[in-house]
Design a binder for this molecule. Structure first.
Ligand code: ZN
Ligand code: ZN
Length: 250
C-alpha cells in the first residue's frame, strides 16, 4: 500500500500544504481520505484528476471536504465528461451540505459526478481496501478510519479530541496519521483536537508501527508539536507530515 500526504495543513491551507487529503493506493485502486480546501490542486501532482476510484470524508468541516465542489466541476464538465460516478462515503448530510456549498439545487445536487454513500460506524469493502469507520470525539459527526489491504494497514484520526475509539481503530496499524492541532497550554478545549503529546499517547496505546503527526495548524510552531509528541511515551518513529511525502508500506 502506498500512502501519499496530499494535504496536511490543519483548519485551512498553509503556505506549503493544502488542508487534509491523503491518497491511498493498492493494486491500482486509488482512494482519498478527505478532500479539504486546496487539496484538489496538489492531488494532480500525484494522480490524474479523473483517476480517483473512491473518496471517504471524515467529517463535513470545510478543511476536510470542500474541494468536492471543484472536483464536481471537473468530472461533470471537463473534456470527455461525464466520467463514471465516484463513490463518496460521507456523513448523511453530505449531499445537501456540499450541494449547497456549490450552489446546486437539491436535485441533482452533485450527483452527476458522485454517488454518495452514508457513512455510519462499521466496516466497508471499497475495491481492494477494507475500511473501518469509527466515531471520534469532535463537535460534529466525525469519523476516524482504519484502512487495510490484507497485508498492511493505516489508521487516520480525522479531527478528534482524546478517544479510545482511535486506539481501537489504530490497534497494531503499520502507520497512524494522527492529528496534532494543539500545542500544550492552559485551558485547552476538550472534545475538539489533540496535542502532539496526546497523539503520541494514542499511538503508544495502539502500538502502531509509525506515527505521522498531521492536521498541523499554520499558526503553531511545528518543532514544538514534534517535541511535545516525543514526550508522549511512544517508542516508535515519529515525524511531521509534509505535503508530497509518500509512505510505501509494501
Ligand atoms: Zn480539520
Ligand atoms: Zn473538524
Amino acid at each position: 500500500m502506498k500512502v501519499t500526504i496530499v494535504g496536511c495543513s490543519g483548519s485551512y491551507p498553509g503556505p506549503d500544504s493544502p488542508a487534509s487529503c491523503y491518497l491511498l493506493e493498492t493494486d491500482g485502486f486509488r482512494m482519498l481520505l478527505d478532500l479539504g480546501s486546496g487539496s484538489l490542486g496538489a492531488l494532480q501532482r500525484h494522480v490524474g484528476i479523473y483517476d480517483v476510484d473512491a473518496i471517504c470524508l471524515s467529517h463535513l468541516h470545510a478543511d476536510h471536504c470542500l474541494d468536492i465542489c471543484g472536483y464536481h466541476v471537473a468530472r461533470t464538465y471537463g473534456p470527455g465528461a461525464p466520467y463514471p460516478l465516484v463513490p463518496v462515503y460521507a456523513p448523511a448530510d453530505a449531499p445537501r451540505r456540499l450541494g449547497a456549498a456549490y450552489g446546486m439545487p437539491d436535485e441533482p445536487g452533485l450527483e452527476t459526478a458522485f454517488e454518495f454513500r452514508t457513512l455510519t460506524p462499521g466496516v466497508y469493502e471499497i475495491g481492494p481496501f477494507t475500511l473501518t469507520a469509527g466515531l471520534v470525539n469532535h463537535p460534529v459527526e466525525a469519523y476516524g478510519f482504519r484502512v487495510a489491504n490484507g497485508t498492511r494497514s493505516v489508521a487516520y484520526s480525522g479531527d478528534t479530541g482524546e478517544t479510545d475509539e482511535l486506539v481501537k481503530l489504530a490497534a497494531g496499524a503499520d502507520l497512524l496519521l494522527c492529528e496534532a492541532s494543539f500545542v500544550e497550554g492552559p485551558d485547552l478545549p476538550t472534545g475538539l483536537h489533540l496535542t502532539g503529546r496526546q497523539a503520541a499517547e494514542h499511538a503508544a496505546k495502539a502500538d502502531v508501527g509509525q506515527l505521522v503527526l498531521t492536521h498541523l495548524v499554520p499558526w503553531n510552531d511545528r518543532a514544538t508539536v514534534l517535541e511535545e509528541a516525543c514526550g508522549g511515551g511512544y517508542g516508535g518513529p515519529v515525524e511531521l507530515a509534509r505535503s508530497g511525502v509518500v509512505y510505501d508500506l509494501s
